[in-house]
Write a protein that binds this ligand. Structure first.
Ligand SMILES: NC(=O)c1ccc[n+]([C@@H]2O[C@H](COP(=O)([O-])OP(=O)(O)OC[C@H]3O[C@@H](n4cnc5c(N)ncnc54)[C@H](OP(=O)(O)O)[C@@H]3O)[C@@H](O)[C@H]2O)c1
Length: 275
């Protein structure tokens, strides 16, 4: 029986790091890497193959736009086609594809805000639904949320709301799947050095401020996921922030961040990027 690990958003940043680390220590025979950029997925695949990944007999790159119901249907069709060519089980799904938008809600392109919900919420939920029938006792779902999930944030309103959704949904799913022996873990990173800020700001901010290296964060997540930890926070500072969020007023936090944590967004004549 083929055993599969699926990683979404595997073409860069945290997702690419998941792909590299999982390839070195997995019981899966196949790794499926999903994102829109075929070239970047090829690069990640080549890097993994050069490091001689153990156990893996095939790394499949799947260039696919996962956004919205359309993306979920594309994914389901892909699974159905794979099933025809041979049965398989899914050991692990890392639901990592996602993006943010910086700036005041009324000042950022509405299309982009809605696409964020389509990817961060609809696609993530749809992929969970699609893979569960292929999972067995011991399988793991890792949903990538954010430290932004714990409170509403001004200048990051829709993003923080999408990540709150991911956290809430994932914890409930963990409760529902416990009896089936399927673990559901939510990774809640703070700032990580990836393309995230460049995309969220439409090019106005090239780097994530105070971004941490994804290597340690992903290693910590995989270690904790094995043990069935439901909410995974890497640093002491992030754990403290998440804990303190229980005592801070929601409106107060949103108002404070709106006033004092400005997030730049580059307005262009074309309006919105491909997101
Ligand atoms: N970096 C941070 O500070 C931070 C903090 C907390 C949480 N996160 C979360 O971590 C996750 C990964 O982000 P990152 O920081 O690694 O940013 P990133 O480097 O921009 O990676 C985002 C990934 O998502 C993929 N993606 C975007 N739209 C897609 C679509 N429609 N269909 C399929 N794949 C798509 C991108 O690939 P293509 O462009 O090739 O499609 C890319 O592989 C996101 O969910 C993000 O919200 C990041």
């Amino acid at each position: 029986m083929r055993n599969i690990t699926i990683i979404t958003g595997a073409s860069s940043g945290i997702g690419a790091e998941f792909a590299k680390q999982i390839s070195k220590n997995t019981e899966s025979s196949e790794l499926w890497l999903i994102a829109r950029s075929k070239d970047k997925l090829e690069d990640v695949k080549n890097e993994i193959e050069n490091e001689k990944a153990q156990n893996i007999s095939e790394i499949k790159i799947i260039p696919m736009n996962l956004s919205g119901k359309e993306g979920v249907n594309l994914f389901k069709t892909f699974l159905a086609t794979e099933k025809i060519s041979g049965g398989f089980e899914i050991n692990m799904l890392v639901n990592n594809a996602g993006f943010g938008t910086y700036g005041e809600f009324a000042e950022t392109p509405l299309d982009k805000e809605l696409s964020m919900i389509d990817l961060n919420c609809t696609a993530l939920t749809g992929l969970c639904g699609a893979v569960i029938p292929f999972m067995k006792k011991g399988s793991v779902i890792i949903n990538v949320s954010s430290l932004a999930a714990f409170l509403p944030l001004g200048n990051f309103a829709v993003y923080a709301a999408t990540k709150s959704y991911v956290l809430s949904f994932s914890v409930a799913l963990a409760a529902e799947l416990k009896n089936k022996g399927i673990k559901v873990c939510t990774l809640c990173p703070g700032s990580v050095s990836t393309d995230f800020a460049n995309i969220a700001s439409n090019g106005a901010r090239k780097e994530v401020l105070n971004g941490k290296n994804p290597v340690a964060i992903v290693a910590h997540c995989l270690n904790k996921a094995k043990k069935g930890k439901r909410i995974i926070l890497w640093s002491l500072k992030w754990k403290f922030t998440a804990f303190m969020s229980r005592f801070i007023g929601r409106y107060l936090c949103a108002r404070y961040t709106f006033k004092y944590n400005k997030r730049p967004y580059l307005k262009t004549q074309q309006g919105t990027s491909e997101y």
